[in-house]
Design a protein around this ligand. Structure first.
Ligand code: ATP
Length: 601
C-alpha cells in the first residue's frame, strides 16, 4: 500500500473482528494483519486508535466527550430526534451500537459521501481533544457530525466509542509488542528489543513507528529522555531476612520502605513534571514537591522517590490513605497545608544530559547522595544501610517499622535500573503475620455475581484474577464478598459498569461462570488467611497438583482500590505460586518446631 492514505473502514473491519473474538492468539493475528496493511507512516496513529487513544497515556490527552454530547451529534447527523437516539442507547446499552443503528436509519441518504480515511478521523479527533472551555461544545458537536455525516453505520460505531472513551478491544501493551515483532522484524524473538524501548519511553506508538520506518537498529538506539516517563522497576518479595540475603549473595543495601505514593520526577531548568507509578502526569497534585525539588536540585535530573504524608508536629509518617486528599482538581492548596508530605528519593535515572539507568545501584546511590545533602526541606534521601548478615537486616527492619515504615526494600548493590521489570534485584521485606498471609494481593476484577437480600441490585461478590505475563492472560484466584461497606458496594457498581462486556473476556481464563463479565481494568487490594489448592480456580492450574489451581482462603477487601495500578500490574500467577510455596515452608517449620517442643499431641 502506498503513502496515499488508508481507508478508515479497513481498521473498522479489524476492530469488529477483534471485538468478537474470545481467543488471544486470534487477537494477536488480527493485530499483525492490521499492522501489515497499514501504511508505515500511519503506524503510530493506528496503534493509538487501537488503544482508544490519540497519544501515549502519559501525555494525558483525553477525548472524554460526554455521552450526552455524543448522542446530540448522533441525533443531528442521523436526523432522529434526541429522544429516539437516547432510547436506542438504553435499548442497546452501548453507545457504539446505538450509533450504528441510528445511522442505518438515517432519514435522508447522503448522496455524496466522502470516504473516511484514518488520517481524517485521527486529525478531527485531535482537534476535538484540543478544544477546551466555554463555547467549545458546539464546535465539538460540529466536528463529530462532520465525521458521522460521511461515516457508514459501522464506522460511526467506532467513532462514538473512541470519543466517549468506550473502545474495548482488550489489547494489552504486550500483545501489541508481540504483534509488532511479528509484523516488522524477522521473528518474535526481537520482542525483547522492542520491549526495552517501550520500557524506556512508555510510548507504544513511538516504538511502533520507529520499528516500522527505521528498523530494529533505530529501536535499539532509543534511550531515556526528559519528560518521557520510564516504566518503573519493581520488586519481588521474600519472607525472611535470610532468604533476602541469600538471593543477594550475602551483601546488599537495605532501604526503608515507605508507604506512600511513588513519584517519578523529571526536572529540566525550571520545568518539573511528576509521573505516578502508572505514569500518569500528576504534576498538579504536588506543588510543594515541585518547589522543594527546584530549591534543592540545581541540575537536570530524573529521580524517583516516595511521597509520604507526615504529621508536621511529630514528623511521623502517616498511613497511605492520607495522600488521597491530593487526588483532586480543586483545593490542592488546602490539601497541601492540611496534609503535608515528605519526599524521600531512592533512585536517579538521568543527570545532566546523561542517563544512568545502566550504572550499578551503588553508583546511582552515590550520585543521589552527592545531589541532595542530608535533608533539604521536605526532600531527603531514603535511609539506607549496607548489610551482610541477617541479624543486622532484621534490626534495621524493626527500626524502620518503628519509624512508621512498612518494612525494607532490599537492593542488589550491582544491579542496573531494570525499567518495567519485576525481579529479585529489588526485594520487599515486610513484617510477618503468622496467622495471615504476609502481604496483601492486588487482583483484577474480571466478573461479578448478583447480590441477594441486602445486596439485591448490587454485586454480592466479585470474581478476582491474577495476571500471567507469559500468555498475557488473567487467571481467577477467588471470589470476594467480604470487607465491603455499603458505600463500597455502591461505588463498585458505578465504577465497574463502564467495563461490562457480553462474554468472558478473551484474556480471562475462568472455570466459574460469573453473572456479569468485565474487561480486566479495575484492581483492588485483598488480604486472605492463606492460599489453598482448588479445582475451581485457574491460577497456577496443574502447577502443584493435576486438576487444581490456587485459591485464596477467606479473602477480604482491604478498602483500597489500586487506582495507581493497571490490570497488568496486578499480583502475578508466579508471585502467588511462590507465596504458596513459602507458606508451605513456613507451615512445615512451625510444625517441626512445635513437634520439637511437644506442642503437637
Ligand atoms: P509493586 O509496586 O511492586 O507492584 P505495590 O504497589 O503493592 O507493588 P509494594 O508491594 O508496597 O507496592 O512495594 C513497591 C513500592 O514500594 C514501590 O513501587 C514504591 O512505591 C515503594 N517504595 C517505598 N520505599 C521504597 C524504596 N526505598 N525503594 C523503592 N521503592 C520503594
Amino acid at each position: 500500500m502506498g503513502c496515499d492514505g488508508m481507508d478508515y473502514s479497513t481498521i473498522v473491519d479489524v476492530f469488529d473482528k477483534m471485538e468478537a473474538t474470545s481467543k488471544r492468539t486470534e487477537l494477536t493475528d488480527l493485530i499483525v494483519g492490521l499492522l501489515k496493511s497499514t501504511p508505515r507512516e500511519l503506524i503510530d496513529k493506528v496503534v493509538y486508535l487501537m488503544l482508544g487513544r490519540l497519544r501515549p497515556e502519559y501525555e494525558g490527552i483525553e477525548l472524554g466527550v460526554a455521552d450526552r454530547m455524543a448522542l446530540r451529534a448522533l441525533s443531528v447527523s442521523s436526523g432522529l430526534d434526541m429522544k429516539s437516539v437516547e432510547e436506542l442507547y438504553v435499548k442497546t446499552g452501548d453507545i457504539g451500537e446505538a450509533a450504528e443503528e441510528a445511522l442505518s436509519k438515517r432519514l435522508q441518504a447522503v448522496l455524496f459521501k466522502d470516504k473516511l480515511t484514518v488520517e481524517r478521523v485521527y486529525s478531527t479527533l485531535e482537534r476535538i481533544a484540543m478544544l477546551k472551555g466555554e463555547g467549545s461544545q458546539d464546535t465539538k458537536i460540529r466536528y463529530i457530525c462532520n465525521l458521522l455525516n460521511d461515516a457508514e453505520p459501522r464506522e460511526g460505531k467506532y467513532i462514538l466509542k473512541i470519543i466517549t472513551g468506550k473502545l474495548r478491544l482488550g489489547v494489552a501493551d504486550y500483545t501489541i509488542l508481540d504483534a509488532l515483532a511479528v509484523a516488522f522484524t524477522e521473528s518474535k524473538e526481537n520482542r525483547d528489543i522492542l520491549e526495552r524501548a517501550y520500557n524506556l519511553t512508555s510510548d507504544l506508538g513511538l516504538v511502533a513507528r520507529t520499528v516500522a520506518l527505521d528498523g530494529l537498529d533505530a529501536v535499539k538506539a532509543i534511550g531515556v529522555e526528559l519528560f518521557r516517563p520510564i516504566r518503573p522497576m519493581l520488586a519481588e518479595r521474600v519472607s525472611s531476612a535470610e532468604e533476602a540475603l541469600d538471593r543477594m549473595g550475602g551483601r546488599c543495601a537495605a532501604e526503608y520502605k515507605l508507604d506512600g505514593e511513588r513519584l517519578q520526577i523529571h526536572k529540566h531548568g525550571n520545568k518539573v513534571r511528576i509521573f505516578s507509578r502508572r505514569l500518569e502526569d500528576i504534576t498538579s497534585h504536588y506543588p510543594d514537591a515541585i518547589d522543594a525539588i527546584m530549591a534543592s536540585i540545581k541540575v537536570d535530573v530524573i529521580v524517583e522517590g516516595e511521597a509520604v504524608a507526615i504529621n508536621q508536629d511529630t514528623q511521623e509518617y502517616l498511613p497511605f490513605q492520607e495522600l488521597m486528599h491530593r487526588r483532586r482538581k480543586y483545593g490542592i492548596e488546602e490539601a497541601m497545608r492540611e496534609y503535608p508530605i515528605a519526599l524521600n528519593l531512592f533512585d536517579i535515572l538521568y543527570i545532566d544530559g546523561r542517563e544512568c539507568i545502566d550504572l550499578p545501584y551503588i553508583e546511582r546511590r552515590n550520585i543521589l547522595e552527592g545531589l541532595v545533602n542530608g535533608s533539604m526541606g521536605i526532600v531527603s534521601i531514603v535511609p539506607m544501610l549496607i548489610v551482610s548478615d541477617a541479624k543486622s537486616m532484621e534490626d534495621y527492619m524493626l527500626k524502620a517499622i518503628n519509624e512508621g515504615c512498612e518494612g525494607l526494600m532490599i537492593k542488589d548493590l550491582n544491579s542496573p535500573y531494570r525499567a518495567g521489570a519485576r525481579g529479585y534485584a529489588w526485594i520487599k521485606l515486610k513484617r510477618e503475620y503468622r496467622s495471615e498471609l504476609a502481604d496483601t494481593l492486588d487482583l483484577v476484577v474480571v466478573g461479578a455475581f448478583h447480590g441477594r437480600g441486602r445486596r439485591a441490585g448490587r454485586y454480592g461478590a466479585l470474581l478476582l484474577a491474577s495476571y500471567n505475563r507469559e500468555d498475557d492472560t488473567f487467571y481467577t484466584v477467588c471470589k470476594v464478598g467480604t470487607g465491603f461497606t455499603d458505600e463500597d458496594l455502591e461505588r463498585f457498581y458505578g465504577m465497574l459498569s463502564p467495563y461490562i462486556i457480553r462474554h468472558k473476556h478473551a484474556r480471562v481464563n475462568s472455570r466459574l461462570e460469573a453473572d456479569v463479565w468485565f474487561e480486566p481494568r479495575i484492581v483492588i487490594e485483598v488480604i486472605a488467611s492463606e492460599i489453598t489448592l482448588s479445582p475451581l480456580h485457574t491460577c497456577a492450574m496443574n502447577a502443584i497438583r493435576e486438576g487444581n489451581g490456587l485459591a485464596l482462603r477467606f479473602p477480604k477487601f482491604t478498602g483500597r482500590v489500586r487506582e495507581d495500578k493497571s490490570a497488568e500490574d496486578a499480583t502475578s500467577v508466579d508471585e502467588i505460586l511462590s507465596m504458596y510455596r513459602r507458606q508451605l515452608k513456613v507451615t512445615r517449620q512451625v510444625q517441626a518446631s512445635e513437634e520439637d517442643t511437644g506442642m503437637i499431641e
